[in-house]
Design a protein around this ligand. Structure first.
Ligand code: ADP
Length: 385
């Protein structure tokens, strides 16, 4: 059987240290043939010893879904890679040199890039098709210098590649275009403030389809309050904890990445549970919710200033798409800035791309679902032709 290239799916892989998420997607139509996750890779007692074994488990799961990988005319494999460092400003076909460079960038993303490297190695051994790396940082590689530069000594920054890189770029880029489509306006005409609120959270300011600022920085720790990450803290906190609490740098890094944010303040990191607790009158949960919202307002205000006003404020990802209370709280009191959410539209529980602002809101407020896997599949297909 021959396949027109446009029927042929791309396998999208997102390898974490102990998990492998996969989707089989036809980029042009967006048809999702299959999706799943293999978990507990390499953990004690797990039957999945490593990422190569995880690919076999994926194959078995796909067979259960009626998809036989060896019969699929796979076009390419697209890999999500968190950190592209200073080198990668666009997706790239993976060869040995690219893989080595991604490995070296592990210094900048020790929690993420090593897993991507292992996933890529295993997948290259299993699938004899082009493999493409799509970087979370790429969309932000063209940030203006004044936005990407930290005010630290220039020689130190140059020597250690210190700059604001930004993350979730694949999502912000996808949502920027999807929002333009929703509004029926050219992307090039729009000033957008985009809030990606999932387990990780980030904000971006996008003018004419180009990112001009974003809240995450050298690492995905900076910016908004997240499920387990602190977001912005006084940089002096590190030295203070080191001196006063006797903590090592690694301990501080772990606390700020894994035990802070909503979890650190309330004891839970799932936002649904947090909202339930707020409704039940839990004071710690209330404070966590308020801190999250306060920081969000902080960035919305900043990006309105950076952009000189916005045409649209966009909510996306798990919390952004599903939590009406967060959207209402962020927009609350912003009438003077031209932002007014309509309570009925905000709370109607629909799931597609939609407008939730009131008719007299100068800034359109929208909810636009993100689809990072589809974006990765499309960028992969574009590159391999
Ligand atoms: P990831 O960053 O892992 O892709 P998601 O974008 O799926 O994560 O977002 C996960 C977050 O979204 C979790 O905190 C989850 O509680 C939250 N979430 C999902 N559905 C809802 C909902 N109906 N109300 C509030 N929060 C929700």
């Amino acid at each position: 059987m021959t396949h027109a290239p446009t029927d042929r799916p791309v396998l999208v892989l997102n390898a974490g240290s102990s998990s492998l998420k996969y989707q089989l997607v036809v980029p042009e139509s967006g048809e999702l043939r299959a999706a799943g996750i293999v978990e507990r890779i390499g953990e004690s007692g797990s039957e999945v010893a490593d990422h190569a074994a995880a690919l076999e488990v994926m194959g078995a799961q796909l067979r259960d879904d009626g998809v036989h990988l060896d019969d699929v005319a796979l076009r390419a494999v697209g890999h999500r890679v968190v950190h592209g460092g200073p080198d990668f400003s666009a997706p790239v076909v993976i060869d040995d040199a690219v893989l080595e460079r991604i490995r070296q960038l592990s210094a900048l993303a020790p929690l993420h890039n090593p897993a991507a490297v292992i996933g890529i190695e295993a997948a290259r051994g299993r699938f004899d098709v082009p493999h493409v790396a799509v970087f979370d940082t790429a969309f932000f590689s063209s940030l203006p210098a004044e936005a990407s530069t930290y005010a630290v000594p220039r020689d130190l920054a140059a020597k250690h590649s210190i700059r604001r890189y930004g993350f979730h770029g694949t999502s912000h880029q996808f949502v920027a275009q999807a929002t333009a489509d929703l509004l029926g306006r050219p992307l090039t005409d729009l000033r957008q403030v985009i809030l990606h609120l999932g387990n990780g959270c980030s904000a971006s300011a996008v003018r004419g389809g180009h990112a001009v600022d974003t809240s995450m920085g050298l690492t995905p720790l900076q910016g908004l309050v997240m499920g387990t990450r602190s977001g912005d803290v006084d940089p002096g906190l590190h030295a203070y904890l080191s001196r006063e609490a006797g903590m090592s740098i690694d301990e501080i890094d772990t606390v700020l990445n894994k035990r802070s944010g909503v979890l650190g303040l309330s004891g839970v990191n799932d936002f649904r549970e947090l909202v339930h607790r707020v409704e039940a009158g839990d004071d710690a949960a209330r404070l966590a919710f308020d801190v999250v919202v306060h920081r969000l307002k902080h960035y919305v205000g900043a990006y309105l200033a950076i952009l000189g006003g916005a045409d649209v404020l966009v909510f996306t990802a798990g919390i952004g798409q599903h939590s009406a209370p967060v959207r209402a709280a962020v927009a609350d009191g912003l009438g003077e800035l031209g932002i007014a959410v309509d309570p009925a539209r905000n709370g109607d529980g629909s799931t597609g791309a939609r407008i939730i602002s009131s008719d007299d809101s100068r800034v359109v407020v929208a909810v636009v679902p993100t689809d990072e896997e589809l974006a990765i599949a499309r960028q992969t297909a574009e590159l391999v032709g």
